[in-house]
Design a protein around this ligand. Structure first.
Ligand SMILES: Cc1cc2nc3c(=O)[nH]c(=O)nc-3n(C[C@H](O)[C@H](O)[C@H](O)COP(=O)(O)O)c2cc1C
Length: 155
């Protein structure tokens, strides 16, 4: 299974999430690629991956950071296998604005998975949220791939 974790982080919380997600995926025996939006020297070809996990913080009254918007524009189409995660803080506008960039991106990509939202750092009590989110995605994609290979067996 080929997995890309593309993320953008300003103060490190979304990066911690990306690394936690990476470690969880590795525990299943897969080797996900980590790509830092706005920093990576190459631009990934999204169609090469079974799943793309897209991470972002939320800024300025529920805004998506400019670098993430640029990434979305550079991708240029809407892959149907994007799972969105991110960090935010309820102190910046309450539940309504909390991780709004995650909500907006998941909707934009019509993501089959619910966005993962974490309050500041994912360490501690929120770790379980992260692992459950990863497990759900991996299990779903694995089943889908199995089904596909079963359907085309002998072709
Ligand atoms: C000026 C400013 C505006 C922010 N606005 C929001 C917001 O609208 N919604 C939200 O959930 N978090 C908001 N945050 C909180 C950040 O998203 C949060 O600190 C997040 O953990 C940062 O992620 P990072 O460490 O990956 O950069 C804001 C933070 C700052 C400094």
């Amino acid at each position: 299974m080929k997995i890309l974790i593309a993320y953008h982080s300003f103060s490190g919380n979304t990066e911690e999430m990306a690394e936690m997600i990476q470690a969880r995926i590795e525990s299943f025996g897969y080797q996900p690629e980590l790509y830092e939006i706005g920093i990576g020297a190459y631009f990934p070809e999204l169609s090469d991956y079974d799943v793309v996990m897209l991470g972002t913080f939320t800024w300025d009254l529920g805004s998506t950071p400019a670098d993430v918007k640029d990434f979305v524009a550079d991708v240029g189409y809407k892959p149907n296998n994007i799972a969105v995660f991110g960090s935010g803080e309820t102190q910046f506008g309450g539940e309504e604005m909390f991780c709004l960039a995650v909500t907006k991106l998941a909707k934009f990509y019509n993501s089959p998975w619910e966005g993962l939202k974490v309050e500041q750092s994912p360490r501690g009590s929120q770790e379980l949220k992260v692992t459950n989110w990863v497990d759900g995605i991996i299990e779903g994609v694995r089943k889908e791939k199995e089904q596909k290979s079963w359907m085309t067996a002998g072709v």
